[in-house]
Design a binder for this molecule. Structure first.
Ligand code: AP5
Ligand code: MG
Length: 215
């Protein structure tokens, strides 16, 4: 199965992507995580990527497509894409890529969350400095701020500050929101209420499969 998780910053794409990966046995390709790995290498191209991300802007398509190509080639069974596509030109590239492989996108899940909730989630997010696992300040033991999986320290993302969160939401509305219509017209879009606990949201996604609301 080839699927995309769509939604604004903080909608829960990463959180749900990890749950779905375990449940469906697919790979979860999170473009933001791939970019943060690139930045860590401190190469000249990594430095350019860092500048775009720290300003909350989209990284140029050329860099994104190159990163994606390397990941997708590793896995032919299917994938869950999170953070890609993020504009119409990336969406068309994805269609072309799947077309060449005689495949097609099966499902786009659009997580719907109010702006005030997004901001609260992003301000409180912590990520593991090593494996990137996502946490929220309200749900961790503050006497032991380390990753449950690998024991590394938890950090706030550089782009999770108020000004950049605002910018990222603006960029989402201008460039990524139009994809909702793009996928609706292709009849592969499913809107999912992204508020409530992450378990509840996951259940709503699973219900789509049960109710055979998926093409
Ligand atoms: P990226 O890392 O993809 O960031 P984003 O799209 O802004 O989304 P987030 O990762 O912030 O949110 P999320 O939806 O994954 O939410 P999460 O599950 O973490 O991209 C970063 C940057 O990279 C971009 O700004 C851009 O510069 C660049 N980039 C990436 N892809 C690109 C592309 N294709 N083209 C060009 N540039 C690109 O949850 C958030 C928080 O909420 C967490 O703390 C979590 O624990 C909590 N939470 C989640 N679900 C719930 C729930 N149901 N209830 C309560 N809390 C919850
Ligand atoms: Mg994410």
């Amino acid at each position: 199965m080839y699927m995309v998780l769509l939604g604004p910053p903080g909608a829960g794409k990463g959180t749900q992507g990890e749950k779905l990966k375990d449940k469906l046995g697919l790979i979860h390709i999170a473009m933001g995580n791939l970019l943060r790995e690139t930045v860590k290498k401190k190469t000249p191209s990594g430095e350019k990527v860092r500048a775009f991300m720290e300003e909350g802007k989209l990284v140029p398509d050329g860099v994104i497509l190159e990163l994606l190509k390397n990941e997708i080639e590793l896995e032919k069974e299917g994938f869950i894409l999170d953070g890609f596509p993020r504009n119409l030109s990336q969406a068309r590239k994805l269609d072309e890529f799947l077309d060449k492989e005689a495949e097609k996108l099966d499902l786009v899940i659009n997580l719907e969350v109010k702006k005030a909730v997004l901001i609260k989630r992003l301000r409180g997010r912590l990520i593991c400095s090593e494996c990137g696992k996502v946490y929220h300040k309200s749900k961790i033991d503050h006497s032991m701020e380390i990753c449950k999986d690998c024991g590394a320290s938890l950090l706030q993302r550089n782009d999770d500050n108020s000004d950049i969160i605002k910018k990222r939401i603006e960029v989402y509305l201008e460039h990524t929101h139009p994809l909702i219509d793009y996928y609706r017209k292709k009849k592969i879009l499913r809107n999912v209420q992204g508020e409530g606990t992450s378990e509840k949201v996951f259940q709503r996604i699973m219900d789509l499969f049960k109710e055979k609301k998926i093409a």
